[in-house]
Design a protein around this ligand. Sequence first.
Ligand code: G1P
Ligand code: ZN
Length: 550
Amino acid sequence: MRIDNNVMPVRAISCAPFTDQRMGTAGLRKKVRVFQQPHYLETFLQAVLDTLQLPPGSTLVLGGDGRYFNREALQTLIRMTAAAGVRHLVVGQDGLLSTPAASNLIRMRKAHGGFLLTASHNPGGPDGDFGIKFNMANGGQAPQAITDAVFRASQALRGYRIAELPVIDLSRCGTQQHGPLRVEIVDPVADYQQLMERLFDFGRMADWVKAGNRVVFDAFHGITGPYARRILADTLGCAMADLLHTNPLPDFGGLHPDPNPVEGRHLVELCAGAAAPALAAASDGDGDRNMILGPACPVSPGDSLAIMLAGAALIPGYRQGVPGVARSMPTSRAVDRVAADLRIPCFETPTGWRFFCNLLEAGRIGLCGEESFGTGSSHAREKDGLWAVLFWINLLAVRSEPLPEVVAAHWRRYGRHYFQRHDYEIADAAHGTDLMEDLRSRLGSLPGSDLGIARVDLADDFHYHDPVDGSESPHQGIRIVLDGGARLVYRLSGTGTSGATLRIYLEKFEDNPAMLDCSPDEALRPLGKLAAHLAAIEAHAGLTQPTLVV
Ligand code: G1P
Ligand code: ZN
């Protein structure tokens, strides 16, 4: 097909709006089959493009985690962004870009934003999930005001506009011109690796690996495989045989690419045995999550963030110190203690990475993290799985102590925050909403009452006031803080694609030196029982046990 240099042939298609295109915690996530309905993807993209009103001639970054439907969706995305007047697309080779690498590329190329095709750690394949996020020019996810406006636009749509273009070959790096549209296919790893080399002491890390410290990394057939091969193996000298599932597959080879102790139980078992590596780690489908373990020592995400902050001055990219730190509200308060010690502010934000972005952009924080195995820093506007692994390697290389000793020393100094998340999968979403409403209606009567293991100090529904743009985010989860510092948090997931997932976060602080080595199961059992009883989970949802404990 030949296209005139200046005119992009565009077709207008009429169709009825879909009623369910509201974005959740991280973009629009639905079953693949929902996205495959005629016009579904197109109407959503049109709603985003209508809302953004990109200036003519804009540049956008496009890429995804390689999951099922990425390839088809990417071709549609190219044709629709071209119809909207975009004239330069920067696309990862084969349509691949990890979420943090895409965030970096948007910033490096001064693009107007980017579309990320991913449902993160959700299962892939024809019966799995698909998703789309839009990131702004700062590399961070679209804020609530934009996602709300996109939903309103999606309700009013009467059709969409799509350019007539041939299928674009994304398999070779280089630039292609299609009429007025320039499509630049880039190596997904190169810019990201350069960024990592600026932040970390690769020479020292390679020496540490050479000295016999083994690193095992699992990519779960998600996007991080190519990044891990180039950075961990080719550059730092880790053994290729210790990098697992590194070829991205559309169905993740049937794996559930969620780096937590349940999906990563093989790593937990490996670390519990005599052949434990110095460091084991994993990332998720789109490369923004991380799990860190050492010999007989899984590191909880809250502890990981706290230990990273405590050691940041040892890492080249953070040697100047960080201005502040942030954690999502349900994340353990371990990092708060380190921040207090360093006399830097610690912000508490709602769940979802986008809430960190204003603080990062304003230079108020340098590190941030969530209990859901997400950690990141000012180097990007998304959390970053491989970055966290490299941070730990750099830290261990400088400290010259085994990981379990680093963790134990941290607990001895600051105390330990035992932490667990209990997820309850509730088949009927309405039962989940009723449960939360019921609990919310009882909050006023809780403070001062005795719950058996302790009295209630505070009970509220978390409301966030963004200190940078002044926006308000009410109803971000129920907090019940007990006398002595234990805490229960309840919220409903915003990333599921069916039913409701109730998440309950349990936390208990311990500074008695004799009590630092309990298992979280043991330390938190009474709190877990209390949490289930308080929310009347059995009465509302018929569930007597959590579906998942991480
Ligand atoms: C979950 C996590 C949250 C994370 C999000 C995207 O959201 O809890 O911390 O930012 O995935 O990775 P939820 O399903 O709880 O809304
Ligand atoms: Zn993810």
